[in-house]
Design a protein around this ligand. Structure first.
Ligand SMILES: Cc1cc2nc3c(=O)[nH]c(=O)nc-3n(C[C@H](O)[C@H](O)[C@H](O)COP(=O)(O)OP(=O)(O)OC[C@H]3O[C@@H](n4cnc5c(N)ncnc54)[C@H](O)[C@@H]3O)c2cc1C
Length: 382
């Protein structure tokens, strides 16, 4: 392992590899990525449902997604690797008047930023998602440019391209401490050796607070367990079934293999690193799914898993310089949207670090916002 580097990225999930790729493409210098596990992307990235959408209610999240969607579509051109962004669309089902009011406001903002989002009447919802129960629905929003991707394919593509551009990737290299001198980062200590560097980029997702603790920085990211269930083959499923989100119940579902993936965020769960499967959580997902898609009655469970959302108090990412120590940059806290925001996060991080104007204005994602109270909450969180 190298003993010096121009930048050390901590974390080999989708965010770390995207940052590594874009930094290397900008010819930043010698970049080393250190990952504690024996495989890349084995934490939250491996658990993601693969959803990619630009239907958010804060400007910065809409812009991050729109940039990401354009980068996902030209992934092969940029990295040389194949990875499918399947633009089947995202549909938010609305039955509650307050939700309709909020979504109509977001729809106006999304349209003003150039997003191709539509409002659908219940009869149109039925056409797009045949087996969804619509009797209580009043409206839906739909964006055909949103869709699905395989996080592992995109991670591998970024990893491969970053290695080709000269990034060193070190596995089983858990960071145990960060040495600082005179208020600046100096040395990253790992269980496989130490690396002197003037720049540390924290891409450790749900573990970011622990990295912050090493330098006395208060990183406002908490880990929350989230579960997913997949069904066996469903012969009634239409080929172009979109990602469907039932806003009232919080259920989200999309095609996965020949069945459906079903997910829901239990917002009553306390923060912890526990990723065991809770059967009561599974039952609640199935209950919500049966209510919205009654034909699932005969479906079998194919698989289920739990993973961690890396959540900030306002459900928006933290991208920017750490205020308490020089030379530390955070790209973390994507609050359940890290796969879809990875391309944009990688690109804007590389732009900032090479002194360019970032393509998306990320001022409102600065780490210091929680201390100053300059917080704008993202409301459209699944
Ligand atoms: C059930 C579920 C469904 C989801 N669905 C979606 C979705 O549909 N769309 C979407 O966009 N997002 C989704 N997400 C969120 C998405 O998975 C995350 O936002 C994203 O993976 C975050 O990537 P990351 O690289 O920041 O974190 P991670 O993938 O967790 O990577 C962080 C890495 O840092 C490493 N690390 C930690 N500490 C250290 C250390 N001390 N030294 C070295 N390495 C360290 C870890 O081992 C890990 O590999 C979902 C998440 C879950 C749990």
């Amino acid at each position: 392992m190298r003993t010096t580097a121009d930048a050390v990225i901590i974390g080999g999930g989708i965010i770390g590899v995207a940052v590594a790729f874009y930094l290397a493409r900008e010819k930043y210098g010698q970049v080393v990525l250190v990952e504690k596990e024996p495989f890349m992307g084995s934490c939250s990235t491996a658990k993601a449902a693969g959803g990619i959408r630009a239907q958010f209610d804060t400007r910065v999240n809409i812009e991050m997604s729109m940039l990401s969607e354009s980068l996902f579509t030209r992934f092969k051109e940029d990295t040389g690797s194949e990875a499918l962004f399947n633009q089947v669309g995202y549909m938010f089902l609305l039955s509650d008047d307050n939700d309709i009011k909020t979504f109509k406001k977001s729809y106006e903002l999304q349209k003003s930023l150039g997003l191709a989002v539509e409002l659908l009447k219940p009869e149109d919802i039925h056409k797009c998602a045949r087996d969804v129960r619509t009797d209580d629905l009043k409206l839906a929003t739909f964006c055909h440019e949103d869709g699905l991707g395989d996080p592992h394919e995109f991670l591998s593509g970024y990893e491969h391209a970053a290695r080709n551009l000269g990034v060193d990737i070190e596995l089983k290299a858990e960071v145990t401490d960060i040495e600082t001198t005179k208020g600046k980062v100096g040395k990253v200590k790992t269980i496989r050796g130490n690396i002197s560097t003037p720049l540390v980029i924290n891409c450790t997702g749900a573990y970011s607070r622990l990295i912050g603790d090493m330098v006395g920085a208060d990183i406002q990211v908490q880990p929350y367990r989230r579960q997913i269930v997949t069904t066996g083959e469903l012969d009634f499923l239409q080929p172009d079934f979109p990602m469907v989100v039932d806003v009232k119940s919080g259920l989200y579902t999309h095609k996965e293999s020949k069945g459906l993936l079903l997910g829901w965020a239990d917002k009553s769960i306390e923060p912890s690193f526990d990723i065991s499967i809770d059967p009561d959580y599974t039952d609640k997902i199935l209950e919500k799914a049966l209510d919205r898609i009654p034909r699932l009655e005969t479906a079998e469970i194919a698989n289920q898993w739990a993973g961690l959302y890396e959540t900030t108090p306002d459900h928006r990412a933290i991208i920017g310089w750490e205020p308490v120590i020089s030379g530390m940059f955070h790209v973390t806290g994507f609050s359940g949207h890290g796969f879809m925001h990875a391309p944009a996060a990688g690109m804007v991080t590389a732009e900032v670090l090479t002194g360019k104007e970032p393509t998306v204005d990320i001022e409102s994602l600065a780490p210091g916002r929680f201390a100053t109270g300059a917080v704008i909450e993202e409301g459209n969180v699944i």
